[in-house]
Design a protein around this ligand. Sequence first.
Ligand SMILES: Cc1cc2nc3c(=O)[nH]c(=O)nc-3n(C[C@H](O)[C@H](O)[C@H](O)COP(=O)(O)OP(=O)(O)OC[C@H]3O[C@@H](n4cnc5c(N)ncnc54)[C@H](O)[C@@H]3O)c2cc1C
Length: 469
Amino acid sequence: MTLMDPGQLSAGVWDVVIAGGGNAALCAAIEAAETGAKVLILEGAPKVYRGGNSRHTRNFRCMHHGALGPLVDTYDEEEFWQDLLRVTKGETDETLARHAIRTSEQCLPWMQSHGVRFQPSLAGTLSLDRTNAFFLGGGKALVNAYYLTAEDLGVTVAYDAQVRHVAIADRRATHLDVELGGEIHTVRGRAFVLASGGFQSDLDWLARAWGPSARNFLIRGTPYNRGVVLRDMVDQGAMTVGDPTQCHAVAIDGRAPKFDGGIVTRLDCVPFSIVVNKHSQRFYDEGEDVWPKRYAIWGRLVAAQPDQVAYSIIDNRAIDLFMPSVYPPISADTIEGLAQKLGLSETALAGTVRAFNAACRPGNFHPQQLDGVATDGLDPPKTNWARPVSEPPFYAYSLRPGVTFTYLGLKVDKSARATGPDGPYDNIWSAGEMMAGSILGQGYLAGFGMTIGTVFGRIAGQEAAAHVA
Ligand SMILES: Cc1cc2nc3c(=O)[nH]c(=O)nc-3n(C[C@H](O)[C@H](O)[C@H](O)COP(=O)(O)OP(=O)(O)OC[C@H]3O[C@@H](n4cnc5c(N)ncnc54)[C@H](O)[C@@H]3O)c2cc1C
């Protein structure tokens, strides 16, 4: 039920109080409510924006043996683990990671039985039909289904309810200070689950971690994940994991809004393009690997360029090779004309394209696989899909770093329990982005954010309810 009267927040003691209203929070709330616990969700966003970054998602990664829901074949623990090791370069906690991987198999049927519906994965660059289960209606439908399920179970939801402080004494949380309607309310509980995401939408914090260039970053998801609860816990000595400079960032359309642009602003054109900075210089091998393996590195690469901007340039032959983004490309009949529209030096861009085209060698171009069609004698090289940019009209997309979520988080154990300066807290659990840094020390594996949130959200809810019982 939606909280109507703010006074209700402070009346009595809740069994389980949950900070956040995304996937991890909802999984925790449902698990706890199913035991009969009296559960309160404190969602910092207004109702229309409920669901944090989870509402932008499309799929989750899932271990399975044989067909499971929309998934085909088998994706076993070892292959999943190796995929994770590759992207994190070993920066992961094996115990927690394997626990998330193993438990993911039980999650899919659990999700189905709590209102989530799946669809077969799309074809083309998104053919992940063995590893990633796609939500019918996307993350928004998933979040809405969970809110309905939670409310059916008697969970109370307070919107616009910003948790400001977790009051802790002797390793035990006693209450939260919650801002609602311009006033601070004391919300008492027996157990607390902190699932309020990363800090990526606090641009000052991001700038402290990254330097001033972070102010030019775009935030792909909710503006409400400002790390307020995380900061408060850190200030009280909670143990953390992860490096504040590590985050998941991809190159997105430079015209995307500052916050909440979501998935439609992502650009998949990079492998079929040349990418230049504002001086019209190339700076990295655009053909290193196929999406989704390398797409996550481009956010960082663009972040390192002057003014944190870059331009992906393609010709007419490449325009249909990738999923279109929400904004149409900028186009012109000549490279000079394109440069003019982009505000780049015409001679510099024409020179870069000429040098690139001259370095391309004949080969069997194949957009769906690493085709080895590479440049010769060019620095940096393009090692696949190196076809001259020569057939008008020419197209360009501006690129900016789009931050998905930050990795600094609370340290938890297998039971999702958070740890303070003097050992594990008595009654504080954490789930989702807020603790994902334990498993994702660096890099990213598509779909694993929702896996971590579902696995540890459920565990946090079960543990919190068991503590209360
Ligand atoms: C565009 C985009 C696409 C993505 N696609 C995928 C995908 O397909 N698959 C995948 O696995 N991952 C994807 N991710 C990552 C995924 O969104 C996260 O890993 C996942 O949603 C984390 O869930 P969460 O519950 O921890 O956080 P969130 O869903 O972000 O929820 C955090 C909640 O906390 C609330 N909150 C914040 N501060 C406070 C406060 N002080 N008080 C009260 N409430 C507060 C927020 O309002 C929000 O409701 C994507 C992310 C983005 C941005």
